[in-house]
Design a protein around this ligand. Structure first.
Ligand code: F6P
Length: 552
């Protein structure tokens, strides 16, 4: 066991490229983007790339081509290439859970071979996809009837974390491609309000529940699933036989699915080598497939796969996920940036930042290395964001004039799915303007030249030099969505490799779960007052018991 405070031999700070980056940062940190653009007229061209239908402009970063060369050297020294190969090969790179990490197998073509414990997993992946497609086809066509003979018009996905955020995000993102005659809702929170609102106004005889849980033991999901069962049974006149037509499960845990009372014939499986936050393209995407149909779902998988292939094969200096991840390292570790704002200028991507929060922060919010020693540098930054232009009228003030450095990811599309007068031009004008304003700002001289009184000048100055990436895609299609999600998945992987952490476990969520289980029975006022917690927790529980009274 390495003593606290020390770092492992594979710490990035010991790498020659890291040391070179420290020196390079000292040399360029005060250079302004105005200067960098003036000095190099071909900067935008040199610092942008295109792959898988995504144009990535990273020229508005506080970086030079030399920065990129050094970051790529760091990735090479940290063994990114070998790690990519290990992941795609199915090696058990999730060392703390002794699991392979194979979300890439979920979108591998039918004929591919990816082996885990001696077995090719690709045929199983396609067998599940085919079953999902057959089921989705029946529900969408009306062939699959509810218990009373009515067709299914409502689908409610019950899940949380990766079993919710991906499905919700994808449904919202692909709404334009969805069957509008059906209603899709999502229940995640154990707060009963979530369930009550999701079922509000729906007829149980027309409602299908998709219970999505990798483990099928998650407190929130199981609680909601039991409430769903009771709600459905009540609406179906109490006939237990009705459950089979109104409940399907998506899980890796067949035993728990049967225990709950869902016939495993109505279960769509996946595998322990799919992390929850990497599962929206597994059977966890069943609600997505029900909404947009099997063909669109497969198009989404194609987008994922195209980005996988790019990540696996492109040289690191021309590798979009690697560059995105490395620029994140540059800001987190050299500029000390604490957060990254993700700002999609596309209303359909309104849940994309929330989805990315789990992907990035559950993956890279880690304090020890793969070897279990403390990390020597900051790891995963905080991801947050809202769609533009809404955010502009809310928190952008801080990004423009606040004291913190917040790198931004702008995401925009050339075509609107809902062309409406000049709306799209206005939307795009805004995203371009924000990147420009952040990078170049407005000097005191420029403000004065506009006739601003001296006392007001400092307030109206924009220092600029605030970095952003711009991702421009043709149109939000299922393919585009798949490619964007895979882009971030692999950027997260790149960062985890640099930091030498396990991006695929999530032990940090355990303690709260255990403590909640302990507290649940203590909330019953008929039990003795709990005294075993700290004085704050004891007092909060006491107060709640008094408020709750005999209410159920
Ligand atoms: O508590 C965190 C977590 O384990 C996530 O990693 C996961 O996506 C979520 O809970 C839901 O888990 P499950 O799909 O097993 O219900």
């Amino acid at each position: 066991m390495t003593p606290p405070g020390s770092h492992s031999a594979s710490s990035p700070v010991d790498r020659p490229a890291w040391k070179a980056l420290v020196a390079h940062h000292a040399a360029i940190r005060d250079r302004h983007l105005r200067q960098l653009f003036q000095q190099d007229p071909s900067r935008a061209e040199r610092m942008s790339m295109e792959a898988v239908g995504i144009a990535f402009d990273y020229s508005k970063h506080r970086a030079t081509p030399e920065t990129i060369t050094l970051l790529v050297a760091l990735a090479e020294e940290c063994g990114l290439r070998g790690r990519i190969d290990a992941m795609f090969r199915g090696d058990k790179i999730n060392v703390t859970e002794k699991r392979a990490v194979l979300h890439v197998a979920l979108r591998a073509p039918r004929g591919a071979t990816i082996t885990v414990d001696g077995a090719n997993v690709v045929p199983e992946v396609h067998a599940v996809l085919d079953r999902m497609a057959a089921f989705a086809g029946k529900v969408r066509s009306g062939e699959w009837k509810g218990h009373t003979g009515k067709r299914i018009r409502n689908v409610i996905n019950v899940g949380i974390g990766g079993s919710d955020l991906g499905p919700v995000m994808a449904y919202e993102a692909l709404k334009a491609y969805s069957d509008r005659s059906m209603t899709f809702r999502f229940v995640s929170n154990v707060d009963g309000t979530d369930f009550a609102e999701a079922t509000q106004g729906l007829d149980p005889a027309e409602t299908l529940f998709v219970i999505s849980s990798k483990t099928f033991t998650t407190l929130e999901t199981m609680t909601n699933a039991h409430s769903a069962r009771a709600w459905a049974l009540k609406g179906l006149g109490g006939d237990e036989k009705g459950i089979a037509k109104h409940f399907v499960a998506v899980s890796t845990n067949a035993a728990e699915v049967s225990k709950f009372g869902i016939d495993t014939a109505n279960m769509f499986g996946f595998w322990d080598w799919v992390g929850g936050r990497y599962s929206m393209d597994s059977a966890i995407g069943l609600s997505t497939m029900l909404a947009v149909g099997p063909d669109r779902f497969r198009e989404m998988l194609e987008g994922f796969r195209a980005m996988d292939e790019h990540f696996r094969t492109a040289p690191l200096s021309q590798n979009m996920p690697a560059l995105l991840g490395l620029l994140g390292v540059w800001y987190a570790n050299f500029f000390g940036a604490q957060t990254v704002a993700v700002l999609p200028y596309e209303q359909y991507l309104k849940r994309f930042p929330a989805y990315l929060q789990q992907l990035t922060m559950e993956s890279n919010g880690k304090h020890v290395t793969l070897e279990g020693t403390p990390v020597a540098v900051d790891t995963g930054p905080i991801y947050w964001g809202e769609p533009g232009t809404n955010g502009q009228h809310s928190f952008y003030q801080l990004i423009h004039q606040g004291t913190r450095l917040i790198p931004c990811d702008f995401i925009a599309f050339g075509q609107s799915l809902n062309p409406l007068g000049k709306h799209h031009d206005m939307l795009l004008a805004n995203v371009f303007a924000q990147g420009e304003a952040l990078a170049f700002g407005k000097t005191a001289e420029e403000v004065k030249a506009e006739g601003t009184p001296d006392w007001l000048v400092p307030h109206r100055v924009f220092s600029g030099n605030r970095p952003s990436s711009t991702f421009l895609l043709e149109k939000l299609t299922p393919f585009a969505l798949g490619s964007l999600v895979a882009l971030y998945e692999h950027a997260v992987f790149t960062q985890g490799t640099i930091w030498n952490i396990n991006s695929f476990d999530q032990w940090g969520v355990e303690l709260g779960k255990v403590l909640a289980q302990r507290i649940i029975p203590e909330l019953d006022p008929s039990t003795p007052q709990p005294t075993s917690h700290d004085s704050s927790t004891n007092a909060l529980i006491r107060r709640y018991r008094a408020m709750r009274g005999g209410a159920r």
